[in-house]
Design a protein around this ligand. Structure first.
Ligand SMILES: *Cc1c(COP(=O)(O)O)cnc(C)c1O
Length: 378
């Protein structure tokens, strides 16, 4: 999205915070062991700027979503190993091979397609995808003898990575299931290593790498934690993800403030009636810039470092907030929808808080805000 087109609200991306999160997570895993997950436009933070910042911080691999995202990285000059997590659709195979991506092989059809793109003089590096409990994509442990045999017969394909995905790593109450997945993957990893000694094994997402050391294997794939979300925040394991910093914040200009008399309503439908004389700020963000209408009367924004309760229905491009307790608030101020500098004792609004109010997860908030607002890189 180009700046200044649809909405005056802005998504601010703090790349230095991203790099600090990367360094912190690398210390949890081991040097060189991270494969940052930058799928879906880096969770709304912008594929290329995020990849650049992470490469600078030392990333040697990237997990993207689509083959197109991988090709975009290659075209921008990235030489890291790139794994498109969504797998290849039929027309993607040649692009993956041509741009030396490391595509997922999740079934025997994939193996045939990869074989058709491989050359004897140039190995096609691939990642084997295993199902250990998601029941989504990947081979099962029972497929192992066939997988190994087929790979033996296809010398053009080099399996360099084995991947599986945790279903419940952010749920302490499901630790038995997480252990089952980890043990299953350990068996898979052992069997593969016996045949391909150099294969790297990767199971852990953010929650798993923070909470379950045995899930770390060779390569960890953090996503949400890189962007500052502690996936364990609401659990008894919260401390294991402490210290991460949010990378995204969202601002909207306050376009005016006005006095609303006691008993008068604000915005559509008279959902909010002023209980007393109050000062209301009008800020230029709304559901067209990602602030869900469902949040009407149910969220705060941060103005002048203080929380202002949002009042009345959220409009397409505007929202109102009660600034009666923030005497300095005036047109030209910034209303922070997410993040911003809070006064001592005040906490900024986080993607977790917004997600809870909406009955969703912070991932969705980041994707939504990042794709619906022009991004600026601080
Ligand atoms: C999205 C994704 C991740 C990252 O998950 P987080 O919970 O954001 O850390 C890792 N692996 C796979 C396969 C994914 O799809």
């Amino acid at each position: 999205m180009s700046a200044g087109t649809v909405t005056p609200s802005r998504c601010h991306i703090d790349l230095a915070a991203l790099q600090r999160n990367f360094a912190r997570l690398e210390r949890v895993a081991q040097p060189g062991a991270l494969m940052p997950v930058i799928k879906s436009d880096a969770y709304g933070h912008g594929l290329l700027p995020v990849a650049r910042a992470l490469a600078q911080a030392g990333a040697r691999r990237f997990a993207v979503g689509t083959v197109d995202e991988g090709v975009a990285l290659r075209r921008a000059g990235f030489s890291q190993e790139i794994v498109p997590l969504l797998g290849c659709l039929s027309e993607d195979w040649r692009a993956a091979a041509a741009h030396t991506l490391t595509p997922l092989i999740a079934d025997f059809e994939d193996m045939d397609r990869a074989a058709a793109c491989s050359h004897h003089d140039r190995l096609f590096r691939v990642a084997l995808k295993w199902d250990t409990g998601m029941n989504r994509l990947g081979f099962s442990l029972e497929d192992m003898p066939d997988v190994v045999e087929r790979l033996r017969l296809t010398p053009g394909i080099a399996p360099v990575l084995a991947i599986s995905h945790m279903a419940c790593a952010d749920m302490p109450e499901k630790i038995a299931f997480s252990r089952e997945q980890t043990e299953c993957f350990a068996t898979i990893s052992g069997a593969l290593r016996a045949v391909f000694p150099d294969i790297a094994c990767s199971l852990a997402n953010s929650a798993a790498m923070l909470a379950l050391p045995k899930s770390r294997f060779d390569v960890c794939r953090p996503g949400i934690a890189l962007y500052g979300g502690n996936p364990l925040a609401d659990t008894v394991w919260a401390k294991r993800g402490a210290g991460l910093e949010w990378v995204m914040s969202v601002s909207a200009p306050v376009v005016r403030t006005r006095l609303v008399r006691a008993g008068r309503s604000v915005s559509y439908g008279q959902m909010f009636i002023a209980p007393k004389d109050m000062t209301v700020a009008v800020a230029a963000a709304g559901y067209a810039s990602g602030v869900a209408h469902t949040l009407s009367n149910r969220m705060d924004v941060l103005i002048d470092g203080h929380r202002a309760p949002q009042t009345g229905k959220i409009c397409m491009g505007l929202l109102m907030a009660d600034v009666s307790a923030i005497p300095g608030a005036r047109a030209g101020d910034t209303a922070w929808i997410l993040g911003g500098n809070a006064a001592p004792g005040v906490s900024p609004v986080t993607a977790f808080e917004m997600a809870r109010a909406l009955g969703t997860i912070p991932y969705e908030i980041l994707c939504r805000m990042g794709s619906m607002n022009p991004r600026v890189y601080d």
